[in-house]
Design a binder for this molecule. Structure first.
Ligand code: NAD
Length: 277
């Protein structure tokens, strides 16, 4: 699978980034958003429902759509690809996972250093409606419970972050922050929203300092995430890509391993790092 000299070189790498997209979860039964729609939900395009504008217009519809998505993803278990990533972290001196996925499966598989570029579906945060800020004569403050904007007198300081963490994405009315009463939403990056600055900065830093990047199951069409593998390459990192279909990265990779993550990644790890065990 990997020629001898490259194998030696990969094994000597000290800082590994594993960059993943929806493809790594495909064998856990999580297809793309578009593929999964059935019945009532077939008529909703994610690009129209997963937006701040849609939530502002109809919070309950958007909440219900995410409940449907979460119920499906909750059934999924990590596959051999997720497990192999967690195992590689035990073999390599340093490994950071940068994922575009929101499904939490890397963490369930045992990966600890995971940067979730697009957030996590199972965490909630306040919906901050920029249109409502700075109106009237009261300045918004940051709610200590949800970190969203609140008006001081609306904030219940007896509420705690634990109260917020106990609220789940499940069927029912859209919940509110127990502190400031703001509507809650899944803590994921919706279409048209910027990525969290701290997560993106950490991802750039890992990208700029890694000596090996393994890109798994991403079509590399969603920016800014899509620029991560080539940025690592420009900084001197070796690149391995795993995908059943070639992408714009494939020709630039030191090795393009065509196939499914759950099959190819465990083989790659056995071949390159197996003797480290
Ligand atoms: P994407 O743009 O990441 O493309 C999926 C890629 O995975 C394609 O290149 C495809 O060839 C490849 N692939 C398919 N099966 C694979 C397998 N078994 N092993 C390895 N690679 C495989 O994904 P998208 O669906 O176009 O998503 C766009 C955005 O939505 C991204 O942010 C994505 O992460 C997110 N999304 C996340 C999830 C999730 O959390 N599981 C699911 C769907 C979409």
């Amino acid at each position: 699978m990997i020629p001898g000299p490259l194998r030696q070189h990969l094994r000597a790498c000290r800082n590994i980034v594993v960059f993943t997209g929806a493809g790594i979860s495909a064998e856990s039964g999580i297809p793309t958003f578009r593929d999964r729609f059935e019945g009532l939900w077939a008529k909703y395009d994610p690009q129209e429902v997963a937006t701040p504008q849609a939530f502002r217009a109809n919070p309950q519809l958007v909440w219900d759509w995410h409940v449907y998505l979460a119920d499906a993803i909750r059934q999924a278990r990590p596959n051999a690809g997720h497990v192999a990533v967690a195992r590689l972290a035990e073999l390599a001196p340093r490994l950071i996972v940068i994922t575009q996925n929101i499904d939490n499966l890397h963490q369930v598989a045992g990966s600890r250093d995971v940067l979730e570029l697009h957030g996590n579906l199972f965490r909630l945060t306040a919906f901050v409606d920029a249109d409502d800020l700075f109106v009237g004569d009261r300045s918004p403050i940051i709610c200590p419970i949800c970190d969203g904007y609140a008006l001081d007198e609306e904030c219940d300081h007896y509420a705690s972050k634990e109260d917020l963490a106990a609220i789940e994405l499940k069927a029912g009315p859209v919940p509110r922050c127990p502190g400031c009463r703001a509507l809650l939403r899944p803590d994921i990056v919706w279409f048209g929203e910027p990525l969290a600055v701290d997560v993106l900065d950490a991802a750039w830093s890992a990208t700029d300092t890694c000596d090996l990047l393994i890109c798994i199951g991403s079509s590399l069409e969603v920016q800014p995430a899509a620029s991560i593998p080539m940025r690592a390459k420009r900084n001197g990192a070796s690149i391995i890509e795993i995908n059943p279909k070639p992408t714009t990265l494939s020709l630039h990779a030191d090795a393009f391993l065509q196939g499914k993550a759950a099959e190819v990644l465990p083989e790659l790890i056995d071949e390159v790092w197996g003797s480290v065990l």
